[in-house]
Design a protein around this ligand. Sequence first.
Ligand code: HEC
Length: 717
Amino acid sequence: MRKILLLCLLAALGPASLAAPVTPERMLQAETNGDHWLSHGRTWSEQRFSPLDQIKDGNAAELGLAWYFETNTKLGLETTPLVIDGVLYFTGAWSTAWALDAKTGELLWKHDPEVPREASIKACCGVVNRGMAAWGNRLFLGTIDGRLIALDRDTGEQLWSQQTTDPNEPYSITGAPRAAKGLVFIGNGGSEFGTRGYVSAYDAETGLLVWRFHTIPGNPADGFENEAMAMAAETWNGEWWKYGGGGTVWDSIVYDAELDQLYIGVGNGAPHNRRIRSPGGGDNLFLTSIVALDPDSGEYLWHYQQVPGEAWDYTATQQMILAEIPWEGQPRKVILQAPKAGFVYVVDRENGELLSAEPFTTVTWASHYDMETGRPVEVEGQDYDGEPAWVYPSPIGGHNWHPMAWSPDTGLLYIPELDMGMLFDEILPVDYKHLKRHFNTGYDISSDAQSSQRFTQAMLKHLPKAHLLAWDPVKQAPAWKLPHPNIHNGGVLATAGNLVFQGTSDGRFIAVRADDGEVLWTFPTQTSTMAGPVTYRVDGEQYVAVAVGRGGALNMAMGKGFPVGNPNNRIMAFKLGGNATLPPMPVVEVPPPPPRMEATDKELQRGRELFNRYCSRCHGADAVGDGSIPDMRRLDPVWHENFEAILLEGLMEKAGMPRFDDVLDKQDVRNIHAWIIERAHEDQALREESGWLASIRQKATDTIARATAWLIRVTTE
Ligand code: HEC
């Protein structure tokens, strides 16, 4: 009787009041209990594998939409939700957090940390957020402006907030914090804008800083923070600290409960061109490395550097999966990683020894790894020294942040792979100018018509491809490959139901049989997905949920897919027999373009160059928007009227549109404007000619050619 009363009481209070603390015991139990999704990669081992098997290959065809939740914004959605005790917590644009009833999608609370919109310029790849950490009864959230915030899990109220970065420096946080041992670990981003990477640990209870580990040395004249930095400084030359140097820990941080170690994935060098960053060479530790730290003190334990002296924006920040695999007849505790450089690395997590490095996509920068030394053998000419070089993978990587998954059942890694190269055209060190707040790469693509043409031709010769790739790390070979029609597809979830789930950039959410890659079920999501799905169980029913929405570096820059009528970002949850439906696609009226401005061909060309240099990373290469940020070819008259004030006076700064008076003058703005209007007329002609869908198709090829114009994040005139 008492028990029934208690149950009634709990039911009446609703799911939020059932919150039980996230403890070390609970975290460990989660490895075999699939009811919850307690951490960014589900559990500490970050396998994104769920033992739930109610939804399985035999019944996946019966999946349907259970509910959806609208976020009322189109700005990118990269979140992996947490699901704890029947509540789904997720993050979105401007570092906002939401809590939903995981069974119904009903809103329980929302927390907006009110990020100053001026901070948008610091977000290289959209004002996105990839998720939260949970510890005790708290959630932890990183913000675009560099704060780490503790929230009450029941109410969403802020308990403490710490500024983890110097607000005057171009740091941002988009990655999910991780929690273990009463500590919250957080990194940051901003390499190309001129930052020096580090990771920090805060006390979950008090919010006080416990330790900080820098990933690259600072100016030796200031002294080194620790022995690891003194050691790393031996591998650098020149005055790298003036450019920040890079090495940001912007995504992957993993706690290994078996070995009590913390692994951080360190980012690329900045600028990417190593002859500018570190003239005279050097490995540049700990760029593009997995570094193991003591979780309590932040002390250096070991590292494995994947790309010594990296020169292509290759990062080791991609997801690290902790697994145990059979290796030469013995079980071996390993880290599995398939980062930007295009190799699957299998690293012994006791000591950082490289066990295997095999390419999972087209790779041209290195021929192979020397297994004696664990070092790559670089291919001559690929470091674009003196001659432009076409290099695979591109700076976007053979696989980026979109989470992969590992199934201990099939022994396969499921990787959202991207088979894409890029032309690197060096900016000579003497011509290099460092511009804080803007992209600093040290190479150029199309600052003039000639190099632009060279780039387009090279790109057309090597059209990018993308696959869902199943990789066997023991055989060191692919098991199967599912080709996708578009590039930049979403993250992956694997389950004990012999299933792999993925959202695609062409607007589908699919269930694939894990052992052979057969597509078993497809749901049209109306727009693209970037994020990784999750699964959980409430009241005996298994759900699969995913954050659906565009944005992110490649979408924003490439602007292909769903350029018009893009719905707002949504969380969608699916279950067997689900029968909810999405509302119809929004209908959008495209305003007619204003009359052309008077401008010479030279001025228009200049406008294009400046646009691709400063604007394309958000508004799309050659002004083809992705639907998450306004498409410049389809502006309402009011924006044309206020164009100069938006650019030079910061009229729209409060909406996340940065001001550019540090790099542009009135004539520059006029040139950009004249060229945008020209593009609007071209766009209108194209639409009138052939209709929407045809025009998208027609544009697809040359959009790809322009795709990497977002990489025209050059630094010199
Ligand atoms: C860091 C990302 C970012 C960059 C870089 C950027 N913009 Fe924007 N811009 C935005 C966002 C976000 C908005 C939308 C604000 C809103 O409407 O909510 C916007 C809006 C605008 C608008 C107003 C249109 C509208 O519908 O709101 C114009 C005009 C504009 N941008 C032009 C430019 C130009 C020209 C450049 C390059 C010099 C540029 N932007 C660079 C993010 C960016």
